[in-house]
Design a protein around this ligand. Structure first.
Ligand code: MN
Length: 230
């Protein structure tokens, strides 16, 4: 049997090699830094919660290049969320916290781009967030850095500049739910599999971007991610 048409496999290049990490699913964690939860209007520590983006929302951007991202339609308030991305390399369900890092293939710098106006309108009506979160090219991502080279990342700076001005600046150590805790909790609900990406949440300082803006973000121990909205 043959497919009736070819379907490209979403993939993220692996730093320092010609290999590609095929993307199966993209999970995202909501409100996982206290100061960002506050700026979204929430104060209490909640269990982690998740939403998804389609695999082809990932737009890999090679180091030293500026990824051109199409400014999305139907929004007056497109916002940046710089995030540590965790790539899963080993399948599992009900993964204990103390074994979770064994499922990590590596890390990347990602942007959970958000049509905030649509997200809030949907949120306020109790509707799903897809139109606000899961649109085309909504997940720009750097190359992937294997854990075998970075070691476990549980602290270090995370930052984003827009047109050279600092917008977000925090530390991975301030994640409310740590990477192992996220993997453990998420794997109670879904079987995780190689190819899954998890966007782990954004620190405070999210804000609006416009066509023509250049965004540069980074995470200590990983590279940088640069994009321009066109
Ligand atoms: Mn986010």
């Amino acid at each position: 049997m043959n497919f009736v048409f070819p379907l490209p496999q979403s993939a993220v290049p692996i730093a320092g090699s010609n290999a590609l990490f095929p993307v199966r699913r993209i999970y995202c964690v909501g409100r996982n830094y206290a100061e960002h939860a506050k700026e979204m209007g929430f104060d209490a520590r909640e269990l982690p919660f998740f939403f998804c983006k389609p695999a082809d929302a990932a737009v890999p951007v090679l180091p030293g290049t500026v990824g051109k991202i199409a400014f999305p339609p139907r929004t007056e308030n497109l916002q940046h969320e710089i995030e540590l991305v965790v790539a899963i390399g080993k399948a599992g369900g009900n993964i204990p916290v103390d074994q979770a890092n064994a499922h990590v293939f590596g890390y990347a710098v990602g942007l959970d781009m958000t049509r905030r106006d649509l997200q809030f309108a949907l949120r306020d009506k109790g509707r799903p967030w897809e139109l606000g979160k899961a649109f085309d090219e909504s997940a720009p991502i750097s190359t992937l850095y294997p854990l075998s080279e970075t070691g476990i990342i549980d602290k270090g700076g995370i930052w984003l500049k827009v047109n050279g001005q600092e917008r977000q600046n925090s530390d991975i150590a301030k994640l409310i739910w740590s990477v192992p805790e996220i993997i453990s909790n998420l794997s109670e609900y879904f079987m995780l599999a190689p190819g899954d990406l998890i966007f782990t949440g954004t620190p405070e300082g999210v804000g609006k971007v416009q066509k023509g803006d250049v965004l540069v973000g980074g995470i200590a121990g990983l590279g940088e991610l640069s994009i321009e909205f066109v």
